[in-house]
Design a binder for this molecule. Sequence first.
Ligand SMILES: Cc1cc2nc3c(=O)[nH]c(=O)nc-3n(C[C@H](O)[C@H](O)[C@H](O)COP(=O)(O)OP(=O)(O)OC[C@H]3O[C@@H](n4cnc5c(N)ncnc54)[C@H](O)[C@@H]3O)c2cc1C
Length: 285
Amino acid sequence: MIPGSFEYFAPRSLGDAIKFLAQHRDDVKILSGGQSLLPLMKMRLSKPAFVVDIGRIPGLDTIAEEGNNLIIGALVTHAQIEDSELLQKKCPLLPQTATTIADVQVRNRGTLGGSIAHADPAGDWPAAILALDAEIKCFGPNGERWVKCDDFFLGLLMSVLEPDEIVTAIKVPVTGSDKTAYLKAAPRSSGFAVVGVAVRIGLDGSGTCNQAAIGITGVTDKAYRPERVEQMLTGKQIDAKIIDAAALEATRNIEVIEDINGSAEYRKHLTEVYVARAIEEALDR
Ligand SMILES: Cc1cc2nc3c(=O)[nH]c(=O)nc-3n(C[C@H](O)[C@H](O)[C@H](O)COP(=O)(O)OP(=O)(O)OC[C@H]3O[C@@H](n4cnc5c(N)ncnc54)[C@H](O)[C@@H]3O)c2cc1C
């Protein structure tokens, strides 16, 4: 369990990091919390010749409110999110999701930016940020660009991120009176989602759903939004009958995976159950 040898670089600025990435773009990896990268390197599934540790670059570990949005630096850890009073007040879905990730040790080291860049199809953050319509700030040789999270994930450990780009921040909205919840089914051995469902529901004064956004992880090669479920909730007074009918649409047009944690049929059923439960839990809050 010893990684192959590599050259380590710890830049003090984003500019230096980008220059180094651009120079070595085919054989370099960015290191944030190391909770996904280091296991891969130790198992020799990843053998970069160069590693850029971005942990010493200032300004990437803050959480700030800007107008109706919250800007979370890429180096903010899962534990910081869990403990943030600002997020608990303004966007409680994020701290709630953080509590479901692994154990204290992983939450103390692992970062939001690292998780999103890693694009693990069983990661918890992709589901949460899809339900929040988040945007991801990517910084590269041509400056910065904001990518909508709907467009960010491409497939198994794949995203639109270029090899010489760094995720520097994630923008989420203040969710105000919207109802939110994250629920996941996970084996105790790994803690990774067999299915994870994040829900955000807006209700108008009469209790009618005026906005529904759902993110699902663990079920296929990337986190996704079940559009049909969202459509079936929107414009309705949500009751048990509507929830049950909508949840049955959660895997429509989705190629459900199977692995040691469950068959495709089991996962499909679990997804329907967890979508219904997550909607109910959000509405109860
Ligand atoms: C025992 C264990 C249990 C876990 N359980 C869960 C779980 O239940 N749920 C869950 O969601 N996750 C889980 N994880 C993963 C954990 O959340 C990681 O922290 C996360 O996946 C990666 O974040 P990191 O900061 O550690 O990134 P790193 O491991 O440092 O990097 C991961 C990948 O992303 C790239 N990268 C990192 N940061 C950036 C950046 N800012 N810009 C561009 N690329 C970047 C790296 O080059 C690498 O390819 C678990 C990990 C372990 C070890």
